[in-house]
Design a protein around this ligand. Structure first.
Ligand SMILES: *Cc1c(COP(=O)(O)O)cnc(C)c1O
Length: 224
């Protein structure tokens, strides 16, 4: 695809997001984070030229490489992966605009300690394992509210902005929908939560219809 064809292709993805969000409400605004983990810096730059500004990576090392290669561009970087304890300082130094995968109280306490030592803060989302899958990270839905409050009171260097979840891993649309509804239900119960991040290339329309206001789109944004 040349750049003109790519632009038409992306317009169509944006139209799909628009159609889904308008089913919720005229004022329901959805932000697209382009997940660039399968893509090169050249490909990111092509998408930037079409107008995309927010990008997400799921490995600290890849985030470092891409932020360095693309440092001239005014991009907004999200870290969407699982954070190992030995990578915390590296992530802090990269200063992502949002860390979407805060998945336990234990990690929050470690991260807070290291943020405090560096006299800085980080905006984060609490990851919820809504479908209770062994293969996924995140807090159990029944524990999410209490953990969210505990992080807010005990971790002053972490600024929680809302919740993140990955849809259930199944072809059963009803089960996927249920997992999104579970996350959105928790989101609604947190008065100051702003972001409900859910929906990927295969399920973003359903996620938006269930109340998502941030979708993380990888393959569909890079046409892979
Ligand atoms: C890879 C990834 C995505 C994007 O996946 P696609 O199916 O390519 O859209 C979204 N969220 C997380 C947490 C990911 O790891």
């Amino acid at each position: 695809m040349d750049q003109t064809e790519y632009k038409i292709y992306i317009d169509n993805v944006i139209r799909r997001v628009e159609t889904a969000r308008l089913k919720v409400d005229d004022h329901h605004i959805v932000k697209i984070v382009a997940v660039s983990k399968y893509s090169t810096s050249d490909e990111i730059e092509k998408l930037y030229e079409i107008g995309q500004r927010a990008f997400g990576e799921n490995k600290v090392q890849d985030l470092k490489v891409k932020t360095t290669e693309l440092e001239e561009l005014p991009l907004e970087w999200h870290f969407i992966g699982n954070l190992q304890k030995n990578k915390i300082n590296n992530l802090i130094d990269l200063a992502p605009s949002l860390f979407q995968g805060l998945d336990s109280l234990e990690l929050a306490i470690e991260l807070n300690k290291k943020l405090a030592a560096k006299e800085t803060t980080m905006d984060c989302l609490l990851q919820i394992n809504s479908a209770k899958e062994d293969s996924k990270h995140g807090v159990m839905p029944e524990d999410a509210l209490a953990i969210y409050k505990q992080i807010e009171t005990e971790c002053p260097n972490i600024h929680l902005k809302g919740v993140m979840s990955i849809g259930a891993h199944t072809n059963d649309k009803a089960v996927i929908k249920k997992s999104f509804e579970t996350t959105h239900e928790i989101f609604k119960q947190i008065p100051d939560a702003k972001i409900c991040s859910m929906g990927m290339s295969g399920d973003f329309e359903l996620a938006i219809e269930c109340g998502s206001n941030m979708v993380r789109l990888g393959s569909v944004m890079f046409n892979k």
